[in-house]
Design a protein around this ligand. Structure first.
Ligand SMILES: NC(=O)c1ccc[n+]([C@@H]2O[C@H](COP(=O)([O-])OP(=O)(O)OC[C@H]3O[C@@H](n4cnc5c(N)ncnc54)[C@H](O)[C@@H]3O)[C@@H](O)[C@H]2O)c1
Length: 255
């Protein structure tokens, strides 16, 4: 088992890629702690893990509330005596374009895409320092690595995540804390539709086809594709890898 003995925290894991990661991490032996505000689906993931002999806990957490996150991280540390892996997965497509963006929409998107993971990391790093290291993974996006003309707020948040990862990898390398981010292309999750249909005038099927035409591997990503990448970055197999962004995009970016 690739994560045996490790305690993992995954944010936004009641659905999509986070859920796929929670199931996979638990299968590979980690004690998985899920932070999400979807109690019903979060508890279902925990139940599914326990039914197959894994260990998991759900924490009903608003990932926009730093005080709540801090308390949950303290509880997880108290219960387990360590946190070896943190996957900051929470995020949102946020508002489209430039002209119509309200300040409140801008703040909401930046808070969930950037601030939430930043402070979760701040609460976890002292624990990892104390136990001699750890792996911190972020979910960025291909939008953090290239222009995203109709989603500049999203691109700004995810681009910042890419550079936070580089900066913290350098800062905490001597503490054996690794920082990496995954940059997914479009992934088949409930969030996908929001990316493909930004406004009423958008044609979802047409946008999907345009994208597919530009993905050399010929399909959209599945949640498990991203979970597999996260498993590698969480495990000791990647012990000499830090500060990278890993596109999981079917070769979209290099085309
Ligand atoms: N789906 C894609 O195509 C895609 C592509 C690139 C990057 N991403 C990134 O992946 C991440 C999530 O994507 P997904 O597709 O797995 O999403 P999803 O829609 O399947 O799940 C999102 C989860 O986040 C939770 N959540 C949202 N706001 C929250 C809050 N304030 N507090 C607690 N929980 C909250 C929801 O309850 C849900 O469980 C985001 O960071 C997103 O930017 C998605």
């Amino acid at each position: 088992m690739r994560l045996k003995g490790k305690v993992a925290v995954i944010t936004a894991a009641a659905s999509g890629m986070g859920k796929a990661g929670a199931l996979l991490f638990a299968k590979e032996g980690a004690v998985v702690n899920i932070l999400d505000f979807d109690k019903e689906n979060g508890e279902k993931v925990v139940q599914q893990i326990r039914e197959t002999g894994g260990e998991a806990n759900f924490f009903d957490t608003n990932l926009l509330d730093m005080t709540e996150i801090k308390k949950v991280i303290e509880d997880i540390y108290d219960n387990n005596g360590k946190i070896n892996v943190l996957w900051n997965h929470a995020g949102t497509p946020g508002p489209s374009d430039l002209e119509e963006v309200e300040e409140s929409e801008y703040n909401f998107a930046m808070d969930l895409n950037l601030k939430s993971g930043f402070f979760t990391t701040q609460y976890v790093v002292p624990i990892m320092k104390q136990i001699g290291g750890g792996s911190i993974i972020y979910t960025a996006s291909i939008a953090g690595l290239k222009a995203s003309p109709f989603s500049p707020v999203y691109a700004a948040g995810k681009g910042a995540v890419v550079n936070i990862v580089r900066s913290l990898a350098v800062r905490f390398g001597s503490d054996n804390i690794r920082f990496n981010c995954i940059c997914p292309g479009l992934v088949e999750t409930p969030m996908m539709e929001k990316f493909l249909k930004r406004s009423e005038n958008d044609n979802l099927e047409k946008n999907k086809q345009t994208l597919l035409d530009n993905i050399p591997l010929g399909r959209l990503a599945k949640p498990k594709d991203i979970a597999n990448a996260a498993l590698f970055l969480a495990s000791d197999e990647s012990e000499y890898i830090s500060g990278i962004n890993l596109p999981v995009d079917g070769a979209y970016l290099v085309k």
